[in-house]
Ligand binder design. Structure first.
Ligand SMILES: Cc1cc2nc3c(=O)[nH]c(=O)nc-3n(C[C@H](O)[C@H](O)[C@H](O)COP(=O)(O)O)c2cc1C
Length: 355
């Protein structure tokens, strides 16, 4: 392998390739995380959609499927976050990832135990703050990225963040192949992190009807199929525009409140959290993001709307978070095939550049 592809993050994580599979609620299961680890990448288990007291068990499931390093992603402001921190520490997980509302006390506990802190940021000022709080590696997600996302494109965000911080930076948002990996390394990044590309693999748990909807979104025909909406949970979220998104975009305030109430009930069931905890976490999100009441309520519950697509296999009534890059993807490789093809193409690109 070319020395250029063996970057600082490979050494820090203890993995072969500078490729991260990011956490995606309902999607980054123990199976997907372990498949990434076994293929030589760095996988992150998504804990935001697991009951806090079950996270330890799910970490053990990853362990049973791989002896390679992996990480866990969670929402530091959500109810039960302290239980997840305990599980990460108890099971000696290699890295923790998080985004909004970093909690200095949790970060200190990770650092004291040698767990790598790997926040995702969508704006340069957040990168600076994240490093002050103790980030070991920064994942910077450009606005092309799937799920909650910012407004700055990867081509602008990446150099801005690289100029501001001294820790290794990983590029996310819009990546899917070896061309992207070499481009990110040329900017000075230490690797790429991908969500949508890993969602569309054989080991991803996404049901066929939902995967089909992602594969159908094609930027060559229609660039408007994957857009940012704030109507799902008040924060800008990039997703495939489906019937539900149309409905939410056209809903009245009363309609949105009703939708919020329904998803709050769903969230209660899936998280085991009480109504008080849900409201408390919603209020915290409201404070940090300046949302309206209905948006605030939905913020705590959007995960339930994603579940409809990812678990129940309903791409019409569920939310389909997606990067723009889905519009360039039309296959479902295994994780190993995917990572091997990325590394092969990266080698080819490097060779072509050095002629
Ligand atoms: C279906 C889906 C679910 C996601 N869920 C989460 C999550 O639970 N936590 C998180 O920090 N990021 C989440 N994200 C963001 C991804 O981890 C990642 O940063 C993003 O997908 C990168 O952009 P890309 O899709 O262009 O690769 C999600 C993204 C998608 C597509």
């Amino acid at each position: 392998m070319s020395a250029a592809l063996n970057t600082k993050i490979c050494e820090m994580f203890g993995v072969k390739y500078p490729v991260i599979q990011t956490a995606m609620g309902w999607v980054s299961t123990p199976e997907l995380t372990a498949a990434t680890a076994n293929a030589g990448g760095m996988g992150f288990l998504a804990a935001a959609t697991i009951k806090p007291e079950e996270v330890g068990k799910e970490i053990q499931r990853v362990r049973a499927l791989t002896d390679k390093p992996f990480g866990v992603n969670f929402l530091m402001e959500a109810p039960g976050a302290d239980i997840i921190v305990d599980s990460i520490l108890e099971h000696g997980v290699r890295a923790a990832s998080y985004s909004r509302s970093p909690n200095p006390e949790f970060i200190k506990r990770f650092k004291d135990a040698g767990v790598l802190c790997v926040p995702t940021v969508g704006a340069p000022r957040h990168a600076e703050k994240a490093v002050q709080l103790g980030a070991d590696i920064i994942v910077c997600q450009g606005g092309e990225g799937g799920g909650h996302t910012g407004t700055i494109a990867s081509t602008i965000l990446l150099p801005a963040v690289l100029d501001m911080v001294d820790v290794p930076v990983v590029a996310a948002g819009g990546f899917k192949d070896g061309r992207g990996l070499v481009a990110a390394l040329a900017y000075g990044a230490s690797g790429i992190a991908m969500g949508t590309r890993f969602l569309l693999t054989k080991e991803s748990p996404v049901p066929p009807a939902t995967a089909e909807r992602y594969l159908k979104a094609n930027v060559k025909n229609n660039a408007e199929q994957i857009k940012v909406t704030t109507q799902v949970d008040g924060m800008p979220q990039r997703c495939v525009v489906n019937e539900l998104v149309h409905e939410l975009e056209n809903a009245s305030t009363v309609g949105l409140l009703w939708q919020s109430f329904k998803s709050a009930m769903e969230y209660r069931k899936l998280s085991g959290a009480g109504m008080f905890e849900i409201l408390n976490s919603a209020l915290q999100m409201r404070k940090s993001n300046g949302l309206t009441l209905s948006q605030t309520l939905m913020g705590a519950n959007a995960l339930a709307m994603v579940k409809a697509a990812m678990i129940d296999g309903d791409p019409i009534h569920g939310v389909l978070p997606s990067g723009v890059v889905a519009g360039l993807i039309d296959d479902l490789p295994s994780v190993d095939e995917l990572i091997q093809s990325i590394m092969r193409e990266a080698e080819e690109r490097l060779a072509a550049l050095s002629v």
